[in-house]
Design a protein around this ligand. Structure first.
Ligand SMILES: O=C[C@H](O)[C@H](O)COP(=O)(O)O
Ligand SMILES: C=C(OP(=O)(O)O)C(=O)O
Length: 459
């Protein structure tokens, strides 16, 4: 049922590549439409149920990964280190928040980027902007920068390989809770500011010892759920991966468990929102500082008319200077309308600036401050700060400044490897998790009511 293709193709679609050859594009999308799904509808439903717990204040989301995944980045080591970082963060956040943390990678599909300008100029030479490996190459040559629809197949295969690694890593024993905690202990021991985190690490130690003493089922500690997400930007690709669920007859975008619509493509009369309205995956929408209550309510009406909890998340990215002013109005209107929405904080995209070294960067302290602002707003409105959305990598890159193992502007050139926006490195990501945990511990944020009972069964 090619509903999505026809529906979306009738509406204006922002940020789409100028594909040079319509015949090649058609051949590629037909091939993709015949490929196996990357995820199953039932898995998307499972994530929706988990996100429903977030809307009730009974769970927290940790969503993270590269700004732009690259085809070269699909190595066992890089994928493992990214997942490992997310797992380590999630253990700390679970302990601190006392609720389950839903792990959602910006992974296995994050290969396309919206850009501020369609072109890039260097030394007087103008070429198409890099739009992600799914579209063109990063090298500044006309050949690399010319969009090539065959790259969409590269996106599918890179996503498949990444997903395969994620499934093996998270269910094959590597993600064992006790092991993940040992990595955190190692981080605390080596971090220049580790002493500060010692207390939380010790408390987690005690909690694990208690669980084990109570006879917690080791199998339950041995593996973990992990979901994938990316921006549904390239409609040619997303539509080709959309399938009818054989159980229900409903449409699901099988390119990832959750997809989101970006700040630049969330027009109510645009093709991206039309697409998102038709698929039954959990969907997110980014809301920047210009978003109004009217926008938020119209998106609710359009994307979640039946008010299904877990279906819609608002991923807010206001910037540290605006979050405390702009977010309250949005949250209040959504709350007053009785709309079931999960609120997730993206403290990255509103805090980007160009350093004196000319690198695009972000300050760790700005990122943390936006998270704090997000928590403060929800606390004052008695609503649930449902999660964080972070651009990060498991590698020791030098792209964002600050953090416990401080990176200075002068260090940025050392390992500046992102294909688009600056990411927190492994240490900065763990720093962030521990500092958010401190917010909970110091009761600067409300701890939600405890969910019914732990999910492990005593033997
Ligand atoms: O990740 C988000 C956007 O794609 C990115 O910030 C755009 O960057 P640009 O402003 O350099 O185009
Ligand atoms: C483009 C992105 O963000 P935003 O739409 O919020 O700018 C992103 O998350 O990659």
């Amino acid at each position: 049922m090619p509903v999505t293709a026809e529906g979306t193709h009738r509406m204006p679609a922002a940020q789409q590549p100028d594909w040079p050859d319509a015949d090649v594009l058609r051949a590629v999308t037909s091939e993709l439409a015949a490929c196996p799904p990357l995820v199953f509808a039932g898995e998307c439903d499972r994530l929706r149920h988990r996100l429903a717990a977030v809307t009730r204040g009974e769970a927290f989301v940790l969503q993270g990964g590269d700004c732009a995944e690259t085809f070269d980045g699909v190595s066992a080591d890089q994928v493992r280190d990214k997942v490992k970082t997310l797992l380590q963060m999630s253990v700390v956040l679970t302990y601190a928040s006392s609720v389950p943390v839903i792990k959602v990678g910006r992974m296995a599909g994050q290969y396309a980027k919206p850009r501020s300008s369609p072109v890039e100029v260097r030394d007087g030479v103008e070429l198409p902007a890099y739009r992600g490996d799914a579209v063109n190459g990063l090298a500044f040559t006309r050949e690399a920068r010319t969009p090539d629809p065959r790259r969409l197949k590269g996106m599918y295969h890179a996503s498949t390989a990444t997903l395969n690694l994620i499934r093996a890593i998270t269910t094959g024993g590597y993600a064992d809770l006790r092991q993940v905690h040992e990595w955190n202990r190692d981080f605390v021991a080596k971090s220049p500011v580790g002493e500060r985190y010692e207390r939380i690490a010790q408390e987690i130690d005690n909690a694990l010892a208690f669980l084990t003493a109570c006879g917690a089922n080791p199998a339950k500690l041995h593996s973990t759920d992990f979901f994938t997400s990316h921006e549904a930007l390239l409609l040619d690709y997303e539509v080709a991966l959309t399938r009818v669920d054989s159980r229900t007859g409903l449409l699901y975008d099988t390119s990832g468990h959750m997809v989101w619509i970006g700040e630049r493509t969330r027009q109510l009369d645009g093709a991206h929102i039309e697409f998102a309205a038709q698929v039954h995956n959990p969907v997110g929408v980014k809301l920047g500082p210009s978003a109004t209550s009217r926008d938020a309510l119209a998106l609710v009406e359009r994307l979640n008319p039946d008010n299904v909890p877990g279906r819609l998340s608002f991923i807010v990215r206001m910037g540290r200077d605006r979050v405390r002013d702009v977010l309250p109005g949005l949250v209040e209107s959504v709350k007053a309308a009785g709309a079931q929405v999960a609120w997730i904080c993206d403290p990255m995209h509103g805090n980007t600036f160009k350093a004196s070294s000319t690198h695009k960067t972000r300050r760790f302290d700005d990122i943390l401050d936006e998270v704090k602002g997000f928590f403060e707003v929800h606390r004052s409105l008695a609503t649930h700060p449902g999660g964080i959305h972070i651009e990060l990598t498991g590698d020791d890159v030098t792209e964002c400044v600050g953090g416990g193992d401080e990176i200075l502007v002068d260090d940025l050139h050392q390992r500046y490897e992102t294909a688009c926006d600056p990411r927190l490195n492994r240490y900065q990501s763990l720093d962030l998790a521990f500092q958010v945990a401190e917010l909970y511990r110091d009761r600067n944020v409300s701890v939600p009511p405890r969910p019914s009972l732990p999910t492990w069964e005593p033997t």
